[in-house]
Design a binder for this molecule. Sequence first.
Ligand code: ZN
Length: 564
Amino acid sequence: MTDGPAQTIKEKLDIVEFLRGYLPMTPAGKNLKARCPFHNEKTPSFMISPERQTWHCFGCGLGGDIFAFLMKYENMEFGEALKVLAEKSGVELKRADPREYKVFGLLYELQDAAKDFWKEQLKTAKIAKDYLDERGLTPETIEEFEIGFAPNDQDSLAMYLINKGYDPADITRAGLIGRTERGLQYDRFRGRIMFPIHNHLGKVVGFTGRILPQLDTGELGKYVNSPETPIFNKSKLLYGFWKSKSGVRESGKAYLVEGQMDFLMSYQVGIKNAVATSGTALTPDHILALRKIAEELLVSFDNDDAGFAAGERAIDLAEAGGMQVRIVSLEGVKDPAEAAQKDPKLLGEAIAKAEPAFKVFFRRYLPWGKVDPLNHAELKNLRILLNKIKSISSPVERDYWLKDLATYAKMSESTLKEEMEKVQVVQTPERFREEEKIIPERKYSRGERISKDLLGAAYSRGDYSILNDVEDLLDPSSKKLLKTLKSGAKKAADPEEDAFLNLVILEAADVSDGEIADMKSALKDGSSKTKRLELTERVKEAEAKGDEEALKKAIEELRSLPQG
Ligand SMILES: [Zn+2]
């Protein structure tokens, strides 16, 4: 995986610079540390080594090079990561395999061509421009998000693309045209405002088309989406995320809205951390993409029953996925798009006043606060709340909300806890568990761990002489590693040694003289304890054999050990 162009790319791109675009990081000795994007954590255990150009998370055990990071982070295959990094580093790749081009390259190209065509059509379609204007979108937003218009013709896009030399079979595969039973081809999108859906790197991968109200016969859906293709997967993509990623990262919060218009209007009035699902309900994959860079999800939904039910599902999922959720209440308007259009300041104000989801749930399910244990409906609602609390992934938060519920419902916490034990918790989605599987690391003994930390301290100081008095006490692999480090090498030929070297370097920390002295005495202590055990065994053995000589020697050695 690291031969050829990949190796050249790695030499050209600095992992620290590259990862800086993804993670806020702080220096830690010769390394940098960050909060791990791949598991849920509050204190950073994700280390990046500029010297080795590697990263490793001591929380979840994941690690690797720049490719491993991008593939994991963006959910990419190696081939795709190679393309992205080649472009970034200016390394030229040999022409893509024609078969691969058919699968991916051509699909991207066709989406792009369709987008350009529809953008051009919008310029002369007064009816469509008027509609967008009426909904409050500015020309700048329309341009920035590459919105277009699909004319209400049988096959104007198909003809445009065929004239450009594309094969109708490929255009069909790209989800842009369909065929009637009699074999007549037609454009999938007709008479619709076209919202391109960009993947998280900003490439168009599909579309959502909204019918113009004047053309809506009610026969086809108000919204039509591109079908799933090898490059378009609705359950993973978030609309607008390519633009709002940095806003989400900076604030640590993502404002989840329902559709394109909600997103665009929110973004337009300055809510730069908005995201929307594209024609599907929120999925675990969406949550995984968001929680890499945000702790909090802001959700707004209508205050009617249907709106509440839809929002509630998303909230339960986000809480189970380890995100905290706040609810943005919009009074007197239908949705975020309407709020933004009514008054540009309204949405920002509502977001600032967002409440923790549980506060809203408590009021919703137990409007009278107190629970009457003989009232079946109230008891059932109480159990729904307990179930939600039980599903929170963080024990600290779980505890917090249980206490809060006890106060709100005027019940004792222990009673609630007992009741909570009994409720059946909603299953954590398989996808989360898959992602959270902790990769078992080799278990290091206490002595090995201390040796490793001492090696790290010496490495960090660039002074190996501090280990002179304990060199003999190091375990064999640490001894070997010390030699490698002293030689100035940052890599070891033996894979096991190299893995250990990687850990030492990534975990290397600047430690005080006092700490070094403590570690050394712990090492000495540990080794004398081991020695004592060994000698006690030898004494027993000699006694059993009646070997006076050996017994005398063992006892002498035992006495000479430092006491402690
Ligand atoms: Zn991790």
